[in-house]
Design a protein around this ligand. Structure first.
Ligand code: R5P
Length: 306
């Protein structure tokens, strides 16, 4: 087994390697003067079972993934597994309008073209994206890690609030794991990063409200949900997400709502400017380490899937 990391989430890759008593493979992933990506693998990978750990939350990191995989293939790796703590471009997963692409499928095709043999992903934006890959795919969730943490807190009248109808499934799963009720915000999008709340289905008054979304991008949806829950009399509000993309106005928006705590996983590293916000980061490294071990030894990963 050989574990390699691109530049997207080296800290998580190191933690995964450590959990497996492995070292990260030696590789240079730098840039040519014009910005093109330059990769050279320094370890011998001929005949090896290679795992590339890389979140694809930017175009650069997606391109790095493809180029690293190509280098592995040309260096005669026996099998290349791409471990995707976060799979980007997943939100465009159907033609919701005329003349738009399906990027979730396009990127899956690019992975295959680059020589990737199998994928291990965490919390895909929509579970059916599994079927967009014509290669073997294992799909895990950060939810057990997030829920175990929430269970340590004595939540009173816990309710899991879905910030929009698209996140109902993940919120419902969280509610079931927590033994909590479910509430839903009927969110209306007014622009790419602008949303407004239309309605709330379910009761949040005097409840400890866990707001669960698969990702926080510009934080518009999450902040709307936080404000709504408070306005409707929530006792405490705990926003939770698997993927803290945190881009655009996320910092300003989250700073403005005076958070008690935001709970995230480490599928995407936090940018330095978020250090002064009360963010709890929980690691998916043990989960991914265990899955990698089972894939390498040809053992079932079913018990890790919720
Ligand atoms: C929507 O489909 C997703 O589950 C998230 O709610 C959304 O992508 C979050 O985006 P933002 O943080 O920009 O509102």
């Amino acid at each position: 087994m050989r574990i390699f990391s691109g530049n997207s989430n080296r800290q998580l890759a190191l933690a995964i390697a450590q959990s497996l008593d492995q070292r990260l493979g030696e590789m240079t992933c730098s840039r040519f003067p014009d910005g093109e990506i330059k990769v050279q693998i320094h370890d011998d990978v001929r005949g090896a079972d290679v795992f590339i750990i890389q979140s694809t939350h930017t175009n650069e990191f997606l391109m790095e993934t493809l180029i690293i995989a190509d280098a592995m293939k040309r260096a005669s790796a026996a099998r290349i597994t791409c471990v995707l703590p976060y799979y980007g471009y997943a939100r465009q997963d159907r033609k919701h309008d005329g003349r738009v692409p399906i990027t979730a499928k396009l990127v899956a095709n690019l992975f295959t073209t680059a020589g990737i043999d199998r994928v291990l992903a965490v919390d895909l934006h929509a579970i059916q994206i599994q079927g967009f890959f014509d290669i073997q795919m294992d799909h895990l969730s950060a939810l057990p890690v997030l829920v175990d943490y929430l269970k340590q807190d004595d939540l009173e009248n816990p309710v899991v609030l879905s910030p929009d109808t698209g996140s109902i499934k993940v919120a419902d799963k969280t509610a079931k794991l927590l033994g909590a009720n479910l509430a839903i915000i009927d969110k209306r999008r007014t622009g790419d990063s602008q949303t407004e709340v239309a309605n709330v289905i379910g009761e949040v008054k005097n409840c400890d409200v866990v707001i669960m979304d698969d990702m926080i991008s510009t934080a518009g949806s999450m902040v709307n949900a936080i404000v709504t829950a408070r306005e409707r009399g929530a006792r405490r509000v705990i926003p939770v997400t698997s993927h803290p993309i945190l881009c655009g106005s996320a910092y300003e928006r989250l700073s403005a709502v005076n958070l008690d705590e935001l709970v995230v996983s480490d599928t995407i590293p936090l940018k330095r400017r978020f250090a002064d916000l009360p963010i709890t980061v929980l690691s998916v490294a043990p989960l991914l380490g265990e899955a990698i071990h089972r894939i390498h030894t040809n053992r079932s990963v079913s018990s890790l899937i919720i």
